[in-house]
Design a protein around this ligand. Structure first.
Ligand SMILES: [Zn+2]
Ligand SMILES: [Zn+2]
Length: 373
């Protein structure tokens, strides 16, 4: 997979102005941003590609270097991309930080890269989050080839020293007034040449594989929390260390509870008779049931707080509360007899001058005053 021309990636001419480049990048970044394309893994690649192109072309110095020397002038891993796998450096700015040291400083560099970090989105239930759990996940990853142990050479053979660079991975070229050091085009910086490639990985040294990992999820974990599995990301390149795997927690919606940090909220519908006369009701909690006393004359939207019936936080020693929000249910499907009883009740209410419904009465009084003034 040859690296695409940065101007082509952004869809601009070689003499495009800074403003045009910025505009083109913005458009692509909006289109391919991974958050906008969660089900299209390809768009992440396109996003990165555009970002990389922009980082080079928006910087006058880097753009000049790119115009003169192409990818080799700005990205030492560009050559590694030709091997059929994407470059492993996660942070481009970090990668570019030493480009000029490389070209102008003449420092020795080996083409060793840390593997990319991986992200895995894991959905768990609220109960699992509250109690903690252990689960197995299957992830695609670039693993060191077991046949050649990452060397890319057929078993029994050894990679030989690259004759072009003498094993340094870098070659010196005379460019005008100064001597330019760049990644060896023959060995792509590894300093070694694989004469007979490993038949399992075709010389790449890494293979796309799936692995199953066991993940311990601590009790109290919340939406968006990340669990880092060190060294479980992609394998490194040319002996570089592996990246990390981040398991990002997502909570499934719960039929009864909504979580707010360590507190739980639930709606608690009660009949209008229970609200008026009081009573005791059974309410669900994460670990069973609890009894709740409803006092007489309970009003709509009242919140009952059950201390310690929430979730014990992962970072705090205290346990949250369960907050039950009262929703008084107006009776439905009334029989003729029930209607008769309610009408009788209402007649008494009216006769008593509204003292059984003080809120409704004071509101009506205010409304009257407003229209009479
Ligand atoms: Zn191999
Ligand atoms: Zn070489």
């Amino acid at each position: 997979m040859a690296k695409k021309d940065y101007y082509e990636v952004l869809g601009v001419n070689r003499d495009a102005s800074e403003g045009d480049i910025k505009k083109a990048y913005r458009k692509l970044a909006m289109k391919f941003h991974p958050d906008r394309n969660p089900d299209k893994p390809k768009s992440e690649e396109q996003f990165k590609e555009a970002k990389q192109a922009y980082e080079i072309l928006s910087d006058a110095e880097k753009r000049t270097a790119y115009d003169q020397y192409g990818h080799a002038g700005v990205d030492p891993s560009a050559a590694a991309g030709a091997g059929g796998f994407r470059s492993a450096g996660g942070d481009f700015s970090e990668m570019f930080g030493d480009i000029f040291g490389d070209i102008f400083g003449g420092g020795q560099r080996s083409n060793v890269y840390r593997g990319a970090d991986l992200r895995y989105n894991l959905e768990i239930s609220l109960e699992q989050a509250a109690r903690g759990t252990e689960t197995r996940i299957r992830i695609p990853t670039m693993e060191e080839c077991a046949t050649c142990h990452g060397s890319g050479a057929k078993p029994g053979t050894e990679p030989t020293t690259c004759p072009t660079c003498g094993g340094h991975g870098q070659v010196r070229m005379q460019q005008g007034f100064f001597s330019l050091q760049q990644t060896c085009p023959r060995c792509h910086g590894s300093g070694k040449i694989v004469q007979s490639p490993c038949s399992t990985c075709h010389g790449a040294g890494r293979l796309k594989q799936h692995k199953t990992l066991s993940v311990k999820i601590p009790a109290g974990i919340d939406e968006g929390d990340r669990i880092r599995l060190a060294g479980e990301g992609e394998a490194g390149l040319n002996g570089g260390p592996a990246g990390d795997l981040y398991v990002v927690i997502h909570l499934q919606p719960h039929p009864v509870f909504q979580r707010d940090h360590n507190d739980l909220h639930c709606e608690m519908p009660i009949s209008f008779t229970t609200a008026a006369l009081g009573g005791e009701i059974e309410i669900p909690t994460l670990d069973g049931h609890a009894k709740l006393k409803i006092p007489t004359e309970t009003q709509s939207a009242k919140i009952f707080r059950l201390r310690g019936k929430g979730i014990r936080g992962i970072r705090s020693s205290s346990t949250g509360d369960l907050l039950c929000h009262v929703a008084i249910e107006t009776p439905v499907n009334l029989t003729a007899r029930q209607k008769e009883l309610l009408q009788e009740l209402e007649a008494i209410n009216v006769k008593d001058g509204g003292r059984h419904n003080p809120r409704a009465k004071s509101w009506m009084d205010k409304v009257k005053e407003f229209f009479e003034s």
